[in-house]
Design a protein around this ligand. Structure first.
Ligand code: HH2
Length: 259
């Protein structure tokens, strides 16, 4: 899954694809490089961010979706029903909600009625405050219990279980060690029986791991290492900014195979 942030302020690529022509070009390039789907987002959820209105978000993503004309498989990274509904009309096939259907009560019916795929992600708190001392008893069991509950909620709302994937939410209210523990014990999440999506790409934990306690991003090389580790532990969707590098690394990891 390639990432195209149509935002001025995303943590690693803010402003790069703010122009709709640039964003559409980036999405097409990612598809050519081997992305199976491209995740288009009009709101940054980086730590400390405040969020934008539905009107603002629509104004950012709709011109990009129009330019793509349904030619590139697209996922819409939004928590808002209004944005998801318009994106689905314009050909999006997956709704990626980092709040796991907790922020907009209208979103579940929109997804259910459309027959789209859905990604449910774990986040502790909200972007504005999530990195202030995240604390868990056991991070893996708490994240998994949350995702199991949100999956049941989605199914109850009429979204077929077969269309839902689960995401531990790397960097969303977790310390560096908690992020790595979630990958180390990813088998406990895959045991829930749904495909698992992991988004470690460029996240600050990778920069911190390499010795910069103030890092806001991580390198491509470290991102690829984390993605391969997640793949080997059962993740089947990797959300990444640097598609070519990940596709090449994953081709090699896949050739080796897993036991
Ligand atoms: N991470 C980000 C945004 N959306 N969605 C899922 N399912 N999983 C993730 O890990 C995830 C996500 C944050 O990364 P990015 O989109 O690059 O940054 P920003 O939120 O600042 O736009």
């Amino acid at each position: 899954m390639g990432v195209v942030n149509v935002t001025p302020d995303s943590f690693s690529d803010g402003g790069v694809n703010f122009d709709p022509d640039d964003a559409a070009r980036a999405a097409r390039r990612m598809a050519e490089e081997g992305a199976s789907i491209v995740d288009i987002g009009g709101e940054s959820t980086r730590p400390g961010s405040e969020g934008v209105t539905a009107g603002e978000e629509l104004g950012r993503v709709v011109p990009v979706l129009e330019r793509l004309g349904g030619e590139v498989p697209v996922s819409i990274d939004t928590s808002k029903a209004e944005v998801a509904a318009r994106a689905l009309e314009l050909g999006a096939e997956l709704v990626n909600d980092v709040t796991a259907l907790r922020s907009d009560p209208e979103l579940a019916p929109v997804v259910a009625d459309s027959g789209a795929y859905l990604c449910l992600m774990h986040m502790l708190g909200e972007p504005r405050t999530m990195q202030r001392n995240p604390a868990y008893g056991d991070v893996v069991s708490e994240v998994n219990a949350f995702l199991e509950e949100r999956l049941a909620f989605a199914v109850e709302a009429g979204i077929p279980e077969e269309l839902v994937c689960l995401d531990p939410g790397i960097g969303f209210g977790k310390t560096v060690e908690q992020n790595f523990e979630l990958i180390r014990r990813l088998d406990e999440l895959t045991a829930l029986g749904r495909p698992v999506l992991v988004g470690f790409s460029r996240k600050s934990s990778l920069g911190k791991l390499l010795g910069d306690p103030e890092a806001a991003t991580g390198s491509t090389a470290a991102s690829v290492g984390a993605a391969v580790a997640a793949y080997e532990r059962g993740a089947t969707i990797l959300r990444v900014h640097d598609v070519r590098e990940h596709v090449e690394a994953l081709a090699a990891a896949r050739a080796v195979g897993t036991t």
